[in-house]
Design a protein around this ligand. Structure first.
Ligand code: ARG
Length: 659
């Protein structure tokens, strides 16, 4: 049962007397902010009173009188300027929490009707090593898949890999010119990654070397301009001075921007100049960037050699990706990459030309959408199809073949413009009614608040990140075990410690990612991530292990207790709040789905672990003389354990029985 939804349903007919569309007011029935005043609160009286020119307190009283909740609430109270505070009946909580003990779905009803949802996530560009940036899409997307599926929706997870892009031109060029055959034989993907990085470095170097003098001149000009500009008096109200102040500010920020750019170009130059071998390669391949682009063009045109190479590279690349997914516990129903849609691209362009949506502009085929500065380019002047064309073909496929009614794109915020144009184009195209959502997310930052990089300025590889997480977790487990053996408790052997470390390390990374509001950038911080106290996976995994410990130490089998007729009773405020918290699991899942936010679920598990901890501190089990109460508390621990495990599993996080 979803208590919040039930209360909202009770308010709906009453609020309908005051608004044609009561939905937004019904949504103001919410969990209480401050539980001292009740379990739920309804804040709808104030805005409704304003609308009708009524006294909010009187209206609140009238609503409270009319709403039928006597069977659910023991108290309905008006407070402050017109808040309606609701306190549930203890017998209701007791009945419902005992029902949960018998319910595999922990009170979560199946969605009716279920939707057909495609979730496009992870979607890395292959043949480049996966990096920390791919973590967010993979982890958020996986959690949404698990949650929506648990709610009964028909979910297809689709890894829209970039397997047809310009990186292949670079790798093919590298393969043809710089291949280390032995290395390739030993570890093909590592060698391809090396080639990719090498070609990238060389062409960046050549571009930087030719572009740097111009940037330096620009900087000099701007600096001269700044030196010559008159400085207006401080805090002047004169509009002319204000404009001058603005212009100065702009100039300074342009100068900062140029300095940054020059710094990054210089780094690209130094990187190669400091390596005699690479410098010789760069000088021997001055047109490397153009040549790599030509290799891509040849691949796309069906050149036999390049196509054969592509076919040779792909299986190894896919296997490497699979290794990461296995470790993360992520499964895809489909992996339809860009190459798969390639044959459909000419058809898409033709169709949009025929229906008049696309037009030629400077040789390129574009869709212009009113209100957008840039057009959506679906074929470039050189005939190449684009990321945009592929996404259009992909949507058509998902709608017509997979019958999707909803498509979620779990992709970096920085691709926001692309998705806005894409969605508008699809709306105009009118291929079907489909709900398209860009489930965007921010950047993973280093402690310097810049995108997280290694010391050499490379992006951080995902595999090494996972390895490090496990090493960090192992140190924590070892320290913990050392403490334990001091207290004479049973120790974990080496194999068990390693298994626990993998679960804690990877769980820690995932949770740290999921518990931030997805749009925000966050700072990657091992210490915070694996802390035993606070909003971390480790804390929650400990709480889970503790629930298991209670049952183990008391030698209790929950099923036997239930068969003997034991039930949960509420004798203490901490038991009541834990029971109510457990009953809120369906609400938490609802709020994840409202706007596709897994952090709503991490918040719920954190609150549940906190509520359990208060219960654990206040409600003794072993020392409790009353057997019925002892059993009741064991059952509450059992239920907490099941809810935590289920919730964590929807986040893609595993649990261990002992740690
Ligand atoms: N491969 C793209 C990248 O790495 C992400 C693809 C996202 N999905 C999509 N249908 N556009 O930036």
């Amino acid at each position: 049962m979803n208590l919040l939804r039930l209360l909202q349903q009770r308010f709906a007919p009453v609020l309908a007397d005051y608004a044609d569309d009561p939905a937004p007011f019904v949504a103001m029935v919410r969990p209480a902010q401050d539980t001292r005043f009740g379990d739920f609160q309804a804040n709808c009286a104030m805005p409704l009173a304003k609308r009708h020119g009524l006294n909010p307190k009187e209206l609140a009283a009238k609503i409270a009188e009319k709403v039928h909740v006597q069977d659910l609430c023991r108290e309905i109270e008006i407070a402050g300027p017109g808040f309606i505070n609701l306190t549930l009946r203890d017998d209701l909580i007791t009945t419902e929490v005992n029902k949960l003990l018998q319910d595999d779905r922990l009170g979560v009803e199946a969605a009716n009707p279920p939707r057909k949802i495609v979730i496009d996530f992870s979607s890395p560009n292959v043949a480049k090593p996966m990096h920390v940036g791919h973590l967010r899409s993979s982890v958020i997307g996986d959690s949404l898949c698990r949650t929506l599926r648990f709610l009964g929706h028909e979910v297809t997870s689709d890894n829209h890999i970039g397997d047809w892009g310009t990186q292949f031109g670079m790798i093919i060029y590298g393969y043809k010119n710089f291949l280390d055959k032995d290395a390739y034989g030993r570890h093909p993907v590592a060698e391809l990654a090396r080639l990719y990085r090498l070609v990238n470095r060389l062409s960046d170097f050549i571009d930087a070397r030719s572009g740097l003098p111009e940037k330096r001149r620009e900087l000099e000009t701007k600096e001269r301009e700044l030196a010559a500009a008159p400085v207006p008096p401080k805090n002047s109200k004169d509009p002319a001075d204000k404009d001058a102040e603005k212009a100065l500010k702009r100039l300074r920020s342009e100068i900062d921007g140029l300095k940054d750019e020059i710094g990054s170009l210089s780094k690209k130059i130094e990187r190669v100049e400091s390596n005699a071998e690479e410098l010789a390669l760069a000088n021997a391949h001055p047109a490397i960037a153009k040549a790599a682009r030509e290799e891509t063009a040849k691949l796309h045109a069906g050149d036999a050699t390049n196509l054969a190479l592509w076919n040779e590279f792909m299986p190894a690349c896919l296997a490497a990706l699979q290794g990461v997914y296995d470790r993360l516990g992520i499964k895809f129903d489909l992996t339809l990459g860009e190459s798969w849609f390639n044959p459909m691209l000419p058809g898409v362009v033709d169709e949009l030309l025929t229906n008049g949506m696309a037009v030629e502009s400077d040789g390129a085929i574009c869709v212009f959408i009113p209100g957008f500065k840039a057009p959506f380019i679906i074929r470039k002047a050189d005939g190449a199809y684009t990321y945009a064309t592929t996404d259009l073909a992909t949507i058509r496929y998902r709608v017509s073949e997979l019958k999707a009614d909803t498509i979620l794109y779990v992709v970096d915020t920085r691709q926001g413009d692309h998705f806005e144009l894409l969605f508008e184009t699809v709306k105009k195209w009118g291929i079907a009614k489909v709900d398209l959502r860009h489930v965007n997310f921010g950047t993973v930052m280093g402690k310097d608040r810049r995108p997280y990089k290694t010391r050499d300025g490379d992006t951080v590889g995902l595999e090494s990140l996972l390895d490090e997480a496990v090493i960090e977790a192992r140190a924590i487990i070892d320290a913990n075990e050392a403490q334990k053996s001091d207290k004479g408790e049973e120790a974990l052997d080496d194999a068990a410690r390693q298994e626990v470390s993998e679960i804690i390390g990877i769980g820690g990374i995932k949770y740290a990612d999921l518990h931030h509001a997805r749009e925000s950038d966050y700072v990657f911080d091992w210490e915070k991530m694996l802390a035993k106290e606070g909003d971390t996976a480790t804390y929650i995994q400990y709480a889970y292990a503790r629930t298991k410990g209670i049952l183990r130490r008391n030698q209790i089998d929950p099923q036997t207790l239930l068969d003997q007729g034991a039930r949960i009773v509420l004798s203490h405020a901490a038991e009541r709040s834990l029971a109510l918290q457990l009953l809120k699991f369906p609400e938490a899942l609802d709020s994840v789905c409202t706007d596709y936010r897994p952090n709503q679920l991490t918040q719920y598990v954190f609150e549940t672990a906190n509520s359990f901890s208060t219960f654990y501190d206040n409600c003794p089990i072993k020392g409790e003389a009353d057997e019925a109460l002892r059993h009741s508390r064991c059952l509450l621990a059992e239920l907490t354990s099941r809810v935590l495990k289920q919730a964590l599993s929807l986040l893609g996080i595993q649990t261990v029985e002992r740690m």
